[in-house]
Each structure stands twice: as structure tokens, then as C-alpha cells.
Design a protein around this ligand. Structure first.
Ligand code: ZN
Length: 1051
């Protein structure tokens, strides 16, 4: 699945990368901790059977010799850590935090809203992190109600029967005239009939499968070996909490015999939540409302479409028939075999689909619509179709071209042909996530699939290419080979999030996607993973649906991608691709866990680096966070390096519930120096879970040289230097910045500002690095700089430091702005120049550059005067024009924007207006705008969180958005559902930076029933504390520096 859409804002695209949407659950798992260089790797072949996988021990001895012990026993130890007993209802830990040293201390206690312990990381004798005993404990008590899932989670299927094949027939009723006579049937329901062939693995007289929001009319279980067998069903019950259907039988099932479960049922085509088999709608060119039925099953909503064994490990094949109106088309995972009249039902047809490959339930998909398509074939003769509402037919060509070419690329990359005859990609008008990778039938939000060069920007074009690439990568990584359970979701999503850049790099080589990875994925997740409330990518244990829902996040996607990219770089492309191809062939149509991939890569590396990949990667997957490497030069050639868990707020507490490996990592770090400048094959040094060591710079280094580590930022670690080296690097940037690779210019800025936020270096060292920016013309360092400066800008929104910051940024951005100007040529300008221009023009206007504001308001006025004729604004600069036209204007300009929002049928254009309308400086207009969240004719439920987020990004609207969300919390939760609301909440809370706001936040959380979203709230509190700390320790110093360097600039 891809993320929620990022929204159109330049410079802050990455802030929207959190991908939490859906719920699931887990049984308690066990962490395999290796003690002394041993790795437990699950044997590939043993996974083909239904029994517990055989463990194979792969050992690497001192000289790199691999030995494999095939009768090894599972030697994993239970994860250590502290858990509250199930009987404990309230588990609150009081954490005292002394903040605001300059203004006296302020103490808070933070209720921990789940039953888990926290402990302070690092040296417990360190006085800096021991709560002050004089802290005032407020008498106010939290009224937190723990989630019902505090009880042990018993929601896993028993595996005593396994599904082999589903025969499924579905009949959706979308229009009033569709409904036939029959019990319970009405518009927006569907009839279902499913025959599930199962194999008995253990003697049992109860079959348990999943079912949700379904009414069963008939239920039978018969033996397949006896054609005249009786119905074995004695009775059945529904366990609504675990969404289980328990079928009790009149006799025991016999092991290794096949049985058939036959269920006739009725389901609902709900629109709330956009999950399961649901309905969506759009207005056609004649103004008529048209309906469609579509799906979103991942992770646990296939059970809303059919009773099924809804866990990823329980793969089966599917024979699907869909009955539908003759004026509509039905699609499913397999290609249509035939479409024929439905006997006895005039005006109806039935479409029969080819049997699917063996696959997981969460990948099932059906679409019944009046959509049209554009088609082509891949070089391997796979039929490729892009579907949309007919009015968007002009916007399909780009995605089709990308999809066809990327499919061929991935077939070569994975060395495995695409196994289906066709690939459909459909733009769904109502869709919560960015896209869903259903095998052979990928579904997208419209903004992630449709691109019209006459209307949409280069940013939209890139978004479409990236999401298409991501979903296509899943066709192999996720669909062909699937994790056993959601604790390895990171493997699916991390992998797709990495190779999505490679797919686009193949089709669009000039876009430098491999470089863009740094600012799009890596720098974003570095921020999230520097919190004590982060989590390991491999989340063990997962005990509840909420746990699963919350790991569809930046850690799972972006960190997963970043550590796979790092591993690719360490192993080399040759070894990595070989291991990958072996892994896919070995486990095709089956399930795996992370260790299976490590085993294949270890095997591929046996004649090369001879690394124990599991041992290496466990330090990156089984503990949260990442290290900062601190370098201190000891002599001309000798450098001491030490590693430390990097935390953005060193006073924070680090969550202990996931366990850790001592917060040391296996780091293979690269380095070079001024006299060498070896950027392509730099020297590497290995830290084997050592805290520190001394290494030598390569020969030829001079005493006055700078040195540089993490070349091109392949490593998932931050780099800190001695002060002398920082100064030398700063001087090099000022003298000739092009000597340092563009990736490292971006990295130096991102690292330095975050190190300064954490107090690892002084703020001035970081600020000095930006002094050269007036000479910088490349997209990557600028994008990196804008992200870190945006943080300071957000902190200063109500602070006297804002004026000097504005002066400074205008001085730095103006040369870039003038070099790019408004002469946008979307056809002939290189793509990177276009997105660089989008950033530069937008930021110039944000900081109030007069020329920029004048151009924007002139263009907006020109559009208002002639909107019935044409839009004079180039697609790339619409965002800036809409925003500033409204910001500088009044009610007329805003009303004009609202009319355009209502008028346009282009979803990406709608998003621009959502952003532009939030730029008003009038509180009453912004309040009126927020109320539109409840008018689904103007703001679809799927877009409501965008409106709230954009208003919150406007300083004038920030407090309004917070008041609005608080006042309407329950209503919003019902209408836009939980996870989009969490995103809206996050987008507001990230700006909190005063003690007042922290207390306000705690007050709000006190009164909230915390069944879901605990992690989001933990992040918000931790982020607020980090912001307060930054303001107190750096706010004045940064302002003084900005004043000093801008004192000669006239306002
Ligand atoms: Zn995905």
C-alpha cells in the first residue's frame, strides 16, 4: 500500500509521509536474539509445509567461514522487557521533565497511555536525565481509559484447517432499480456465495474463519471425499470482537482430508472508512451521480467482502464470478475469461475471471464501474490497462506508459516474469491511501494515477511515477512472496519504498531519483526515528489491531527503504540482485520472514564479502533508532570514531517495550578526505557493534585537510565531527562547494541542524553551513536546507526571530529565484529544474519577496478576470499563485478559489485549491473553510485531513485548526475515520512549542478515550517537549546570529 497522498506543497512534501491507516492484530511473537555471532535463519523449504518452520543455524566463524546446521533447534529467547500484567487497568508512569532551564524549571507528569514500562536510556547515574526530586506533581489525574485490547490478544486463526481454493460469486446492487426481491437486500448491499475448499491439518470439530458485517443465510460443510456427504454443521456463532465465525461440526474432521464450506450471505457496500467491498461515486460530464463498487482489503478487511481465512499466511487460489448491470464492467485480479448474459436477469451480465495464483486474502480486489480504459502491452505480452471515469480519459496516458515500461524493468530486476496475463490500474474517486497493490488490479487515489500535462505540475507527474513504481514492485515483493505476518510488514513496504526510486530512475533517468531518495525518504524518517517513542522496523510483538494500524508509518516505509538501500550498497549490486532473485524463486507463491531474505543474501555473498547478513541487519531491524558517529581526529591520519543512539531530545525517555541490542549497531562507514576525494568507491571501516575504535584515513591526507564520512549518504547514521573539521567543511563550501558531492551537501546541512537540535553541536556551526547557499543552484541541497530552516521558521512563527530569519532567507534564496524566474517551460525544461523552480518561487513568496508576490497576485487577478476562457498560470506555479492570490486578497479572491474548487473535476487541481484556500489571512474565512470539512459535496471525506493540515500550516490558522479539531473530535472521527484524523492531529501538534501548549495538549488527552492512536499522542508529546527545549536553548542564540549576519541588509 502506498501512503496517504502528500498534498501539493513544495518544500514540505516529506512531512506527509506517515502512512498509518488500517487495523489488524497479532498473536504474541518471540524475538530471536542471537548471542554470539549465531544467526537463526528459517529454512526455505521447510516453510512450504504447514508446520512450524524448521530452524537452520547459520554460523560465521572468525575467518568468515559459514557453516550451516540443519537440525538446529529454535534457540530464540523471549524478548526481555517489562509488561504490565493483564489485570492492571491503569498503568501510568510519572516522568518528570525539567525544561526551560533559563526560566526556571517546569515539571510535568506524562501519563503513559498503554500498559508498558518506560525507562531512561543511557547511564542511569547521569544527573541530566534523572527527574528532579523537587518536581511539582500536579494533582490533576488523567482519565485515560485503556483500550480493551489490554487483554491478551486471542485473535489469530488456529490453523487446524487451511484454505486451498475459494469459489466466489458476488452481485453488487448500486442503483435503486438494481435491487431484486429477497430478504435483506436493498440498494448498496451485495449478494455473496462462497465455496471454500479446505484441508484439515489437525483433528478438530470447529472451523474458525473471519467474517465482519456480513449476514449469513445458509451455511454447509461437507466432505469432498464423499459426494453424498451430509452437512456437518451443528451450529455456528459469531465472535464480533475477534471477527470470527466459529462453525461447530457434528463430527471431527479427518486429517489430510479436504472439505468444502459453502456460505450464502449478504454484505454491505458501505462508504464509511472506504474498506472491504465499498461504494464510491463521481459526477459525470452530464452532471449525473454515477456509482461504482470497489475494494480495499489490506490488512484485515477482506472479511467484509467474504467469510475467509483472513491472514496473509493462508494463501489460496480464487475462482471469481461477478454479476453486474450490463452497462457496467467488472474487474478482478485475474483476466476476464468470459462475459455472458446472466440467465433470467434482463439487463445483467456475469463476468467470469481466470483463476488467480495462490495468494493472500488482503490482495483480493474487485471493481464494478462504468469506467473506460486505455491499453497497451508489455514486451512480455502482458495486457496493461489504465481505467478511470470517462471524463478523465486524457489523464491516463502517462501512467500507462510508465507502468508498461516499469513492468519490463522489474521483470529484469527481479529476474522473474510477471505471472499474470494482465495488469489493471484503476483511479478510484474515493480512496484513503495513495494506492493498493492488489495482484493484477492495482487501485489508486486519482491524484496518484492521473496526470494531465496541460493541468498538472511536475510534482504530480513525479508522484504518479513513484506510486506506480511502488505498487508494481509489490507485485513481486509482497504479492509473489508475502510475509507470514504483519510484523514483517516493513519487508514489503520498505522494499517497495526503496525500489520505487529505481523503477522511476529507469523510466526517467534525468530525474536523479536515486539522489532524491535522500530528501524524500531518508531525511524524513531520520526525524521520526530520533524520537524515544519510535519503534523497530520489525515490530515484535504486535498484540492488537491498533498496533498493526500504527505501523503503516514512516519507520516501516522509509526506514525500511533506507536500511535496504544501505545493505544494497554494502553488498554491491551484483550480490544484492543475485540474493534477491534466489529469494523470490525459492519462496514464490509462499510466505517468508525477514530472516529468509537475510539467508538468501548471505548465501549470495558467500564468495564475495562473506558477511552474515542477519547479524548485520538485526542491529538495524530489531531495535529502534540509529547511531550518530562522532569523529575526532587524533593525528594526521588517525581518527577516533564512536557511536551513540541519536535522540533529537537527549532528555527524552526511550520506550523499552520492543527490546534492543544495547543500542549499538554494525556500521560499515565510508570516508574520504580533501586530498583524495574518492566518492565512488570510498574507503570503508567496520564498527562491529563496538562503541568506539580508531581508524586511519587513506594515505595522502594532509594535516590541514577536511575529511568526510557517509559518502553520498548510503548509511543510516548521522555524522558529527570535531569542530575543526566542521569549520574546514564550511570553508570548503564557501570556497568551492562543488568539490563536495551534491548528496553530501544535502547531508551536511541535514545532519548539522539536527545535531544542533539535539545539542550535539552548537547552533552556530549548523547555521554557518548555510552561508554558502546563495551560490547553490542544485535542487537537493536546497530542498534539504528548506526542510531544516522550515523547522526554525515554524518555531519562530510568534517570535521576534522571525524578522531576521526572513531577511536572511531572502538574501540566500534570491539568486536561485532570479536564476530560475517565472519563465516556466514544462515541455522543455529539465524536470529537476522544474521542481527546483517550484521550491524556489514558493519559498521566495513565503518569505515575502516583493517581485514574487507581485507576479503571483497579478496572475491571480488575470485568472479571475478571464477564468471562463483559460487559466494563464503554468501548472508548476499554480500552487504559489493560488496561495498568494488568496493570501494577499480578500473575500472575493477566496470565493473565486472556492468556486474553482467546486468546479474542477481534476483531483490534483482540487488539492491545489485545498492548499490555496488555507492561505487566507482572515480568521473568519479560515473558520468558514474548516466548516466545509463536513460538507462532503465540497470536501470528500478522504480529503478532509488535507484541509485541516493546510489551515494548520498557516500561522493565522494554527490555533483555529486546533480549536476546530478539539471541538469536533468525535464527529470528525466518525466522518473521516481514525487514521486521517490522526494525520490531521499530527499536522497541528508538530508546531506546539510552549509550555502552555503542552499543558493544553495534556488536558485534551486527559479527556480522550484512548482506544487508538496512542503512538501518535506519544509522538506529539515528545515532539512538543523537544520543541520547547529547542526554543529555550537555541531560540535566542539563533536570533542573535541571524541579526548579526543580516545587520547590513536593508529591509
Ligand atoms: Zn506499499
Amino acid at each position: 500500500m502506498d501512503s496517504l497522498p502528500p498534498g501539493p506543497q513544495p518544500g514540505q512534501r516529506r512531512n506527509s509521509n506517515l502512512r498509518a491507516h488500517y487495523n489488524n492484530f497479532d498473536r504474541i511473537s518471540t524475538v530471536l536474539v542471537d548471542g554470539d555471532g549465531e544467526s537463526q535463519i528459517v529454512d526455505a523449504d521447510s516453510l512450504r509445509g504447514p508446520v512450524v518452520p524448521k530452524k537452520v543455524t547459520v554460523t560465521m566463524d572468525m575467518d568468515g567461514q559459514l557453516s550451516i546446521d540443519e537440525d538446529g533447534h529454535p534457540t530464540g529467547k523471549k524478548e526481555t522487557g517489562f509488561y504490565c500484567t493483564p489485570g492492571q487497568i491503569f498503568c501510568a508512569i510519572f516522568v518528570g521533565l525539567a525544561v526551560a532551564a533559563a526560566v526556571g524549571f517546569l515539571a510535568f507528569y506524562l501519563p503513559v497511555r498503554t500498559c508498558r514500562n518506560r525507562s531512561v536510556i543511557g547511564d542511569p547515574t547521569n544527573p541530566a536525565i534523572i527527574p528532579d526530586p523537587t518536581i511539582r506533581i500536579p494533582t490533576r489525574k488523567p482519565t485515560i481509559i485503556p483500550a480493551a485490547t489490554e487483554e491478551p490478544w486471542m485473535g489469530r486463526l488456529p490453523l487446524n484447517v487451511r484454505p486451498l481454493r475459494y469459489d466466489l460469486t458476488l452481485t453488487p446492487y448500486l442503483y435503486p432499480e438494481d435491487v431484486f426481491n429477497g430478504p435483506g437486500r436493498r440498494r448498496f448491499t451485495f449478494d455473496g456465495a462462497v465455496n471454500i475448499r479446505v484441508r484439515c491439518e489437525e483433528v478438530t470439530n470447529v472451523i474458525t474463519l473471519h467474517m465482519n458485517n456480513i449476514t449469513v443465510y445458509d451455511l454447509q460443510v461437507t466432505s469432498m471425499s464423499d459426494p453424498h456427504a451430509n452437512n456437518l454443521v451443528r451450529n455456528s456463532t459469531l465472535d464480533a470482537y475477534y471477527e470470527f465465525l466459529h462453525i461447530r461440526l457434528s463430527e471431527d474432521l479427518r486429517v489430510h482430508e479436504n472439505y468444502e464450506i459453502r456460505i450464502i450471505y449478504l454484505g454491505s457496500l458501505l462508504q464509511d472508512g472506504l474498506v472491504g467491498f465499498y461504494r464510491s461515486s463521481y459526477i459525470n460530464v452530464r452532471g449525473e451521480e454515477k456509482w461504482l463498487a470497489t475494494t480495499q482489503m489490506q490488512p484485515t478487511d477482506a472479511r467484509r467482502a467474504l467469510p475467509c481465512f483472513d491472514e496473509p499466511e493462508l494463501k489460496a487460489v480464487y475462482d471469481i464470478v461477478i454479476r453486474h448491470r450490463s452497462d457496467m464492467t467488472a474487474l478482478s485480479n485475474g483476466i476476464e475469461i468470459t462475459t455472458r448474459p446472466w440467465q433470467g436477469y434482463k439487463g445483467w451480465k456475469e463476468t467470469i475471471f481466470k483463476r488467480t495464483p495462490k495468494m493472500s486474502t488482503y490482495l483480493l480486489a474487485f471493481v464494478v464501474s462504468d469506467f473506460t480504459y486505455t491499453a497497451n502491452y508489455t514486451t512480455n505480452n502482458v495486457l496493461y490497462r489504465v481505467w478511470s471515469r470517462p471524463g478523465a480519459a486524457d489523464s491516463r496516458e502517462y501512467a500507462l506508459d510508465q507502468g508498461v515500461r516499469m513492468t519490463t524493468y522489474f521483470e529484469e530486476y527481479f529476474d522473474y516474469p510477471f505471472p499474470l496475463e494482465k495488469q489493471d490500474m484503476v483511479a478510484i474517486p474515493d480512496f484513503y491511501s495513495g494506492a493498493m497493490e492488489n495482484w493484477g488490479l492495482i487501485l489508486y487515489r486519482e491524484t496518484a494515477l492521473l496526470y494531465d500535462p496541460k493541468v498538472n505540475s511536475a510534482t504530480t507527474k513525479q508522484h504518479v511515477a513513484v506510486v506506480v513504481s511502488h505498487e508494481l514492485a509489490h507485485q513481486w515483493f509482497g504479492n509473489l512472496v508475502t510475509p507470514f505476518w504483519w510484523d514483517d510488514l516493513w519487508l514489503n513496504e520498505g522494499f517497495a519504498s526503496y525500489v520505487e526510486f529505481l523503477g522511476v530512475d529507469y523510466t526517467q533517468p534525468g530525474w536523479e531519483m536515486r539522489r532524491q531518495f535522500l530528501v524524500d525518504d531518508l531525511h524524513t524518517v531520520f526525524t521520526a526515528d530520533a524520537l524515544g517513542t519510535s519503534h523497530p522496523v520489525r515490530v515484535i510483538p504486535i498484540n492488537s489491531p491498533d498496533d498493526i494500524g500504527e505501523i503503516f508509518d514512516a519507520i516501516t516505509y522509509n526506514k525500511g527503504a533506507a536500511i535496504i538501500r544501505m545493505l544494497n550498497n554494502i553488498l554491491t549490486e551484483e550480490v544484492f540482485l543475485k540474493g534477491l532473485a534466489d529469494y523470490l524463486k525459492l519462496h514464490a507463491f509462499e510466505n517468508t520472514n525477514s530472516d529468509d531474505l537475510w539467508a538468501s543474501l548471505t548465501y549470495a555473498d558467500r564468495h564475495f564479502g562473506r558477511r552474515d547478513v542477519k547479524k548485520l541487519m538485526d542491529t538495524w531491524t530489531l531495535q529502534m533508532g540509529y547511531p550518530v558517529l562522532n569523529f575526532h581526529r587524533l593525528s594526521n591520519t588517525s581518527v577516533n570514531v564512536s557511536q551513540k543512539h541519536f535522540l533529537i531530545n537527549p532528555e527524552t525517555t526511550v520506550e523499552q517495550r520492543f527490546g534492543n541490542l544495547g543500542y549499538v549497531w554494525e556500521v560499515e562507514f565510508s570516508h574520504t578526505h580533501a586530498s583524495e576525494r574518492q566518492y565512488d568507491t570510498p574507503r570503508r571501516t567496520f564498527l562491529d557493534r563496538e562503541v568506539s575504535k580508531v581508524f586511519e584515513l587513506s594515505p595522502g591526507v594532509k594535516a590541514t585537510d577536511w575529511y568526510l564520512s557517509n559518502i553520498k549518504q548510503y548509511g543510516y547514521y548521522r555524522v558529527n565531527y570535531d569542530k575543526t573539521n566542521w569549520d574546514r567543511l564550511t570553508k570548503q563550501l564557501l570556497d568551492d562547494h562543488k568539490v563536495i558531492p551534491v548528496e553530501n551537501r544535502a547531508q551536511l546541512i541535514n545532519d548539522a541542524f539536527n545535531l544542533a537540535r539535539a545539542g550535539e553541536i552548537d547552533q552556530i556551526t549548523a547555521l554557518n553551513l548555510t552561508a554558502y547557499l546563495d551560490k547553490e543552484r542544485e535542487y537537493l541541497p536546497w530542498d534539504s536546507a528548506l526542510t531544516v530552516v522550515n523547522y526554525i521558521r515554524d518555531m519562530y512563527s510568534r517570535h521576534p526571530g522571525y524578522g531576521p530569519l526572513e531577511k536572511y532567507m531572502l538574501q540566500k534564496i534570491t539568486p536561485l529565484y532570479e536564476s530560475l524566474d517565472w519563465n516556466d517551460d514544462p515541455v522543455n525544461d529539465p524536470h529537476l529544474k522544474q521542481i527546483n523552480r517550484i521550491n524556489a518561487v514558493h519559498i521566495a513568496c513565503v518569505y515575502g519577496l516583493e517581485h514574487c508576490l507581485m507576479k503571483a497576485t497579478q496572475l491571480y487577478a488575470a485568472y479571475m478576470a478571464n477564468h471562463t476562457l483559460y487559466n494563464p498560470i503554468t501548472p508548476n506555479l499554480k500552487l504559489t499563485v493560488y496561495c498568494n492570490g488568496i493570501k494577499e486578497g480578500g473575500q472575493d479572491e477566496w470565493d473565486f478559489g472556492l468556486e474553482r474548487l467546486k468546479e474542477t473535476t481534476d483531483s490534483a487541481e482540487k488539492n491545489l485549491w485545498f492548499y490555496g484556500l488555507a492561505c487566507s489571512q482572515e480568521p473568519w474565512i479560515l473558520s468558514r473553510y474548516l466548516e466545509l470539512v463536513f460538507d462532503s459535496e465540497v470536501v470528500k471525506h478522504q480529503d478532509a485531513f488535507l484541509v485541516i493540515r493546510f489551515v494548520a500550516e498557516n500561522y493565522v490558522g494554527r490555533a483555529l485548526a486546533w480549536d476546530f479539531v478539539r471541538a469536533n473530535w468525535n464527529r470528525l472521527r466518525e466522518q473521516i475515520t481514525h487514521y486521517p484524523l490522526m494525520k490531521a492531529f499530527q499536522s497541528i501538534a508538530r508546531y506546539f512549542n510552549t509550555e502552555y501548549e503542552l499543558l493544553d495538549l495534556l488536558d485534551f488527552l486527559d479527556g480522550y478515550t484512548l482506544h487508538q492512536g496512542v503512538r501518535t499522542f506519544d509522538h506529539a508529546i515528545e515532539q512538543t517537549l523537544a520543541n520547547i527545549r529547542w526554543m529555550n536553548t537555541n531560540g535566542e542564540e539563533v536570533m542573535d546570529w541571524l541579526k548579526m549576519v543580516t545587520r547590513d541588509i536593508k529591509s
